[in-house]
Write a protein that binds this ligand. Sequence first.
Ligand code: C5P
Length: 219
Amino acid sequence: NECYSIAIDGPASSGKSTIAKEVSKILNMEYIDTGAMYRALTWKVLENNLDPKDKKLVLKLLETTNIDFKDGNIYLDGKVINDEIRLNYVSQSVSYIAIIPEVRQKMVELQQNMARCKNIVMDGRDIGTVVLTNAKYKFFLTATIEERALRRYKELNQNGDKEINLKVLEEDIRKRDKIDSNREADPLKQAEDAILIDTTEKSIKEVVDAIVLCVKGGN
Ligand code: C5P
C-alpha cells in the first residue's frame, strides 16, 4: 500500500491552488492548500485586533488555535472560514505571520501529519523544500508579475471585493513575494528536483494536463 505526494510551490497568484485542486480531482488524491492555514491564523489575529508583527501575542493566540480541513473546507476553531481568508486585508498581513519560525514549525508539523499515508497534492511555498521533501513529484509554478496581479484582480472582483486597484494589487503581490522569498525560515524557493512551469501564457487546462501527464507517465 504505497502512497505518494505531489508538491506544488510558487509565488503569489501563480495558479497553484486552482491547478492543484484540479490535479487532485483527476488523480483522485486529497488536496491541502497550506496557504489557507497561514491565512486562517492571520484572519484570527486581525479579528482579535492584534498586530500581526507582535510575535509574542501571535504565538499566544496560536496555542489555542485549531486549524483543520474537511470536505474541501477549511475550519478555524470548528468554524468554516473559506471566504473570509481570501479578503485582501488578510493577504496584506499574512506574510508577517508566515515569517515567524514557531508558526511555521507548527504548520509544517500539521501538514506533515495530514500527508501521512495518503495520496496527497499539497500547494504552498515550502512544500518541495521543507514539508514534503520526499514528494514523488515536485512542481514550481511561475508567471509574470503583471499576469499574476491580473489573476488576483479577477478573483477578488468575483468574490465581491470591489475596493481593488490593479496597480496597488501588483505592489501588494511584489511585496508579499519579497517577504516570502527573503525570510530566514523556509523561504519561497524552487526545490532542486522540482519541475519549473511558467504559466503566463498557458491556460489552466494546459498546466493541469502537463502535470497529470508527467505523473501518469511516471517521470
Ligand atoms: O498561497 P497563498 O497566497 O494563499 O499563501 C498566503 C501566504 O501564506 C503566502 O504569501 C506566504 O506568506 C504564506 N505561506 C507560506 N508557506 C506556505 C504557504 C503559504 O509561508 N507553505
